[in-house]
Ligand binder design. Structure first.
Ligand code: ATP
Ligand code: MG
Length: 486
């Protein structure tokens, strides 16, 4: 990830380092470092062409108006690594009102801390006023999590409030200098992720930082400084107190950033997955479940890396599929019809999961749909396959079914049949439709089916059984799936 060019630059060099060194020993390093190390262009070698015109316009406009303005955070880290930043954050000593007045399309947003979005078409540049020291007056919950803290401050205070040393550097495109308050450049060279200040306190203030450690360690292939790492397993339960929507946002970044497998492994290593995807604990312990999840994540990472879109619904559906399978089996054991049983299993899994993670309604409905479409792949006669082909979510459901085959959950004969059916002309399709499927069992459902309960004590949304006698999955017409009239 680090370019050869940058590696050369950050090799320890003889002679004096550029600017004033932040000389404090790491163990004693306090939150406040008033004087930064100043690194010039010849030393940091940032390629100015990686900075977008919009980011330049914002810093320049602010500076022309007499304010300080720097590119900050992840963008500086990425620029130093020779990576094109995916977005630019700007830090300034101008207040939100002052910033807003300088730009035609600028909006003040946020309550916990006000920020300004400066818009250029679709491009959003986030501009924040330097934050002041988080002092005792900041409103906190009973666990020490900072709830609201809108104090503005000096640049060095702003640096101290950032999470990691490598995220606390400021780049001024006009002078092409980097200001480093907390030894970020050294840590970048050593590939170390180090939280600024006392890790326990910083995690308590904002437990999401523990997830950020995981994400950056996995994304950048950096080691976690032992002092930053040690408290994590102990403090992991604090994540329970963070509003679920915020946890969800961070989980999305974690899973859709192109390094989902590495992130998930890190989550497990740090004991963080218990609190986040509770059902995944169980899934990852079953060989089939683990294989399925691994394949799904690898596929997601590949799509992200080649710039294809990824759907959070697909990913979460995959992560929780084996949990659904288990519950589905249990409901069928207890005498439920397959389709209602699948819906009940989905309800259980989603309600257990959404307590921790605020899965948005759109995502849960995508997940349900993907799961509910799975049994329909088993129906390979009459009009059923053609109807399935027309379903708007066919492609995603088909990919999902392929993953199930690849992971060994169901016979790959099913995927082969569908692959052939997709490519076939009308005559060949007739032949395929006439072919007797190898397996006569319901996809993914338990092999053994208990006898139905007497009196059909069914639950909501269940219809009468109207078996069509197609030799397999003939109970799929029961229940509340949309193809029940087929
Ligand atoms: P990415 O490449 O994922 O965008 P990033 O470091 O830019 O990485 P952002 O979430 O965009 O991450 O945050 C921008 C900057 O704001 C960070 O680099 C860091 O300095 C600061 N920051 C973000 N979240 C926190 C936090 N929870 N605590 C302290 N500082 C934070
Ligand atoms: Mg960012």
């Amino acid at each position: 990830m680090i370019t050869g060019f940058f590696r050369k630059l950050i090799q320890p060099r003889s002679g004096k380092p550029a600017g004033k060194p932040s000389a404090k020993p790491r163990s004693k390093q306090t939150l406040m470092v008033a004087e930064p190390t100043v690194i010039g262009a010849q030393d940091h070698r940032i390629d100015p062409s990686l900075v977008t015109n919009n980011a330049l316009r914002v810093t320049q406009t602010l500076q022309d108006a007499g304010f300080k303005a720097f590119i900050v955070g992840g963008a500086v880290r990425d620029l130093l690594l020779g990576i094109k930043p995916k977005d630019f954050d700007i830090a300034t000593n101008a207040t939100p009102e002052q910033i807003k007045r300088l730009f035609r399309r600028a909006f003040i947003i946020g309550r916990r801390f006000q920020i300004v979005h400066v818009m250029f078409g679709q491009d959003v540049i986030e501009v924040t006023t330097f934050r002041g020291t988080s002092d005792d007056s900041a409103k906190k919950d009973e666990h020490g999590r900072v709830l609201r803290d809108n104090t503005f401050g000096e640049q060095h205070e702003d640096a101290a409030r950032r999470d990691f040393t490598i995220n606390a550097m400021y780049y001024d495109p006009a002078t092409q200098t980097v200001l480093d308050y907390h030894g970020g450049i050294d840590d970048l060279r050593r590939k170390i992720l180090r939280i600024i200040g006392v890790p326990e306190l910083r995690y308590r203030e904002d437990p999401i930082r523990m997830l950020r450690v995981v994400r950056f360690a996995a994304k950048l292939h950096f080691a976690i400084d032992p002092a930053s790492q040690t408290p994590i397993p102990l403090m992991a339960p604090l994540i329970d107190n963070v509003p679920p929507a915020r946890v969800f946002d961070e989980m999305l970044k974690l899973l859709l950033g192109g390094d989902s497998m590495a992130c998930l492994l890190q989550l497990r290593n740090q004991g963080l997955h218990h609190g986040l995807l509770p059902l995944l604990d169980v899934v990852l312990e079953q060989p089939l479940g683990e294989k399925f999840v691994t394949l799904a994540l690898a596929q997601t990472d590949l799509r992200v890396k080649i710039g294809k879109s990824v759907s959070p619904g697909f990913l979460f559906a995959a992560l929780l599929w084996h949990e659904v399978l288990e519950k589905w089996a249990a409901y069928r054991e207890s005498g439920e019809y397959p389709i209602p049983a699948l819906h009940l299993a989905a309800d259980d899994v989603l309600s257990a999961q959404t307590e921790k993670l605020a899965l948005q309604r759109k995502i849960t409905s995508d997940m349900r749909e993907l799961w509910a479409l799975q049994p329909r792949f088993e129906r390979r006669n009459g009009k059923a396959p053609f109807k399935l082909l027309e379903h708007p979510r066919f492609r995603a459901a088909y990919d999902f079914m392929q993953l199930r085959c690849e992971s060994g959950e169901i016979d790959s004969e099913l995927a082969d049949w569908w692959a052939a059916f997709l490519l076939a002309d009308d005559a060949t399709r007739e032949v395929l439709l006439a072919k007797k499927p190898k397996s006569s069992d319901t996809a993914g459902a338990p092999k053994k089916r208990a006898s139905r309960r007497g009196g059909r004590g069914r639950k909501k949304g269940e219809a009468n059984g109207n078996n069509q006698g197609n030799g397999h999955s003939n109970e799929h017409n029961n229940g509340n799936v949309e193809h029940s009239s087929e």
